[in-house]
Design a binder for this molecule. Structure first.
Ligand code: SAM
Length: 224
């Protein structure tokens, strides 16, 4: 999978790239590139934003700057680009990220993520250059970088070979294996601590009973 993030703060992703599962993905041949719109801005002194028409606080990311950045990267009109590639703007009001969306995005060969800053995007960017708007929750962050990392994290861990063991992602909260429900509880050593014990069945070595107990726990936890 080819992942491009348009951000004014590419260095934020240095840490992200070093995390085990992201490093695994890169070693497997997936790519994660950060593109700074300042590098291709047609304006002087690296300008990328401007004051909002109509007044008000904050700065707005300019449509001409975003077009230049997308053209420089892909050599295509961004209006056309979004018909051949998922171009996702991170916005507080976008489609809420959930497991189904992460799974959908994990099927794509390539994704482009646009990180807003300050007051956000000129509306014409959202109307004309993007295929999706995605939100990681109904609250406002200072910028789209953390939101992009959340989306990438949820997507990357669904790719084969990225987690230490692929089974880890099969039977977990919201997965098909658990009928979309929550995961069952886990315990590890010691088997008893301050009188708090582990359910007997998990120590029994009886795989079928353990499977049934886990399914039942998952169903109970998932009740509305
Ligand atoms: C300070 S926010 C802009 C908020 C915008 N003025 C509003 O009220 O909706 C700056 C940028 O952070 C990103 N952002 C903030 N909260 C987000 C969220 N919950 N999900 C995804 N992106 C978010 C977006 O890229 C946004 O353009």
């Amino acid at each position: 999978m080819n992942l491009d993030v348009f951000t004014l703060f590419p260095q934020w992703f240095d840490w992200f790239r070093e995390q085990r599962h992201v490093a695994n993905a890169l070693a497997l041949g997936h790519s994660l590139d950060c593109i700074d719109p300042r590098a291709s801005t047609p304006l002087n002194w690296g300008q990328v934003d401007d004051t909002p028409f109509g007044g008000g606080a904050g700065m707005v990311l300019r449509v001409d700057v975003m077009e230049a950045a997308l053209r420089a990267r892909y050599g295509a009109d961004p209006v056309e680009l979004r018909t051949t590639r998922r171009v996702i703007a991170l916005t507080p009001g976008g489609r809420l990220l959930d497991d189904a969306l992460a799974g959908e995005l994990a099927q794509e060969p390539a994704l482009t993520l646009l990180c807003g800053r300050y007051e956000g995007f000129d509306e014409r960017i959202l109307e004309n250059f993007v295929s999706d708007e995605v939100s990681i929750g109904r609250y406002v962050l200072a910028g789209g970088e953390l939101a992009a990392m959340v989306v990438l994290d949820a997507v990357l861990r669904k790719l084969p070979g990225v987690l230490g063991k692929d089974e880890s992602a099969v039977e977990e909260s919201f997965s098909q294996a658990l009928e979309g429900g929550l995961e069952y509880p886990h315990y590890t050593r010691p088997a008893e601590w301050r009188g708090w014990t582990v359910p007997e069945v998990l120590l029994s070595g009886h795989h079928e009973r353990i499977r049934e107990w886990r399914r039942e726990q998952s169903r109970r936890r998932s009740l509305p």
